[in-house]
Write a protein that binds this ligand. Structure first.
Ligand SMILES: *[C@@H]1O[C@H](CO)[C@@H](O)[C@H](O)[C@H]1NC(C)=O
Ligand SMILES: *[C@@H]1O[C@H](CO)[C@@H](O)[C@H](O)[C@H]1NC(C)=O
Ligand SMILES: *[C@@H]1O[C@H](CO)[C@@H](O)[C@H](O)[C@H]1NC(C)=O
Ligand SMILES: *[C@@H]1O[C@H](CO)[C@@H](O)[C@H](O)[C@H]1NC(C)=O
Ligand SMILES: *[C@@H]1O[C@H](CO)[C@@H](O)[C@H](O)[C@H]1NC(C)=O
Length: 196
């Protein structure tokens, strides 16, 4: 075995190790991507517009899922929350500013947290389509969506195209900082190394 082949083995090892890390990383967002596609298929079946991904809303959804993560699923939380008893987080203003948002550009949006053990995709979808959240999913006023998850919680935020609900305040995060893209580009990089 020459030095070049052991160098290659090292690269192979790093590539495998890197892939494992990446795929363990929740930022790879497969639950989010799946739900995004399913919501849009559902809207297509109702002849409603396709929702555009909104990165600020996705950021806030991720922050909120992080707040919910340690709460157990119950029949009075998530999609079963009794309207008017939604949890209030005292650090909500901080979560907004983390995502370059303020109350005025989120007012008309809809924030919908759901709790599903292990985020089983079929149950996640029906927690939105067969619950009180359906009235938002099938509403023509919404044009965008951002989805974030943490442990058993997944949060969908729907946005409008008006300044009161478009979730686009100030400078939004640059496109290349979007978690999904980081994940995909890192995966491409590692695949490239793999084929060296
Ligand atoms: C959607 O549009 C198609 C064609 O215009 C129509 O046949 C169908 O009934 C519509 N579906 C709904 C749910 O409105
Ligand atoms: C929720 O679950 C509790 C106990 O598991 C039960 O007593 C209660 O009736 C349930 N409430 C609803 C709204 O289903
Ligand atoms: C939110 O941002 C808008 C536009 O930047 C600004 O006009 C408004 O005063 C801000 N509202 C709050 C509550 O910070
Ligand atoms: C929502 O998810 C819970 C699991 O937490 C499940 O028990 C329930 O049946 C789901 N509700 C719907 C309407 O799919
Ligand atoms: C939209 O959602 C509301 C509330 O769930 C429901 O009453 C209405 O029938 C739904 N419309 C369609 C086309 O699904």
């Amino acid at each position: 075995m020459g030095p070049s082949s052991s160098a290659k083995n090292l690269l192979l090892f790093l590539a495998l190790f890197g892939s494992v890390l990446l795929f363990r990383n929740a930022e790879c967002a497969s639950e989010e991507d799946t739900l995004f596609q399913e919501i849009n298929s559902y809207r297509a079946s109702l002849n409603l517009s396709t929702l555009i991904q909104n990165s600020n809303a996705a950021c806030l959804a991720k922050q909120l899922a992080g707040q919910f993560k340690n709460q157990p699923c119950s029949n009075t939380s998530g999609a079963d929350t009794v309207p008017g008893t939604e949890p209030q987080f005292s650090n909500y203003p901080d979560l907004l500013s983390t995502c370059h948002l303020n109350v005025s550009d989120t007012r008309d949006g809809a924030i919908m947290p759901a709790c599903v053990p292990d985020l089983v995709p079929s149950l996640v979808l029906t927690n939105f389509t067969l619950t009180q959240y359906n009235q938002n999913l099938n509403d023509t006023k919404f044009t965008g969506v951002g989805i974030g998850s943490n442990k058993n919680w997944i949060v969908v935020i729907m946005t409008t195209s008006t300044s009161e609900g478009d979730y686009t305040n100030a400078q939004s995060a640059s496109w290349f900082f979007r978690p999904g893209l980081i994940c995909h580009s890192a995966f491409l990089l590692i695949s490239a190394i793999f084929f060296l």
